[in-house]
Design a binder for this molecule. Sequence first.
Ligand SMILES: [Cu+2]
Length: 270
Amino acid sequence: MNTKQGIAPIAAIIIGLLVIGGGAYAIKKGVDKKEKKEKTEMTEEKDKTATSTSGALHIKLSEQNNSGQKGEVTITRMGTSSVKVILNITGKPATTTQPAHIHVGVCPNPGAVKYPLTSVDKGASQTELQGVTIESLLAQLPLAINVHKSAAESGVYVACGNIEAKATSTKVSIEKSKETKKVTYNAQGFSPKSVTVQKGDTVLFENKTGKSASVASMPHPTHELYPEFDQFKTDAQGKDEFKFTFDKVGTWQYHDHLNTNMTGTVIVIE
Ligand SMILES: [Cu+2]
């Protein structure tokens, strides 16, 4: 906790500098893109590639009311008129599902619910918001994402984060270097159950179940959703550590081939 607080101011300065440059660029890009839409499809396609890196919003959720819970939200584009909101809570596990919403206003006391999200279950929630775009969200700021203790105690907030325009370009700049994210697998299952990475990033699956396991893409038993994503087909076969580099954008559900009830998701964004 202390270390995190220690680097926070430095990170904030770096982020600030990136945002000043990146934000202005992103805004200009956005305007350019709109204008180009009227032109040929080829131009549009080319432009999309150029701006796709600014296509995600990343929001940190801070602990509220000593809940022991904090988290992370990624909002990505889905097609042209909807977004996917992926929320992960870390820290103290909840004993029940936890309602989550995008509210009007700012933390720690946001106002009315603007968009309900899927309740957080075992630390994870995914929602598709139809008719909502990253641009329309940014146009409605201030907005905040809030997680509640339980349906019964929805008045108690456990984690909250403001949606900020700067998040658009920041994440991209920081994560341009290839990252490795860790997923731990134990008797309770995969944790975090859903991870979001950028194309080219690596996920390390660590088997702590004490039993043999083999991570593989859905569906069982063919694994054809992402055939290469199959521990048994790699040199990590039979090992307790399996590293896989995701170079295909998409939502990749997986399971333990030897215990098919155990499932998880890797979301790969541009
Ligand atoms: Cu399988």
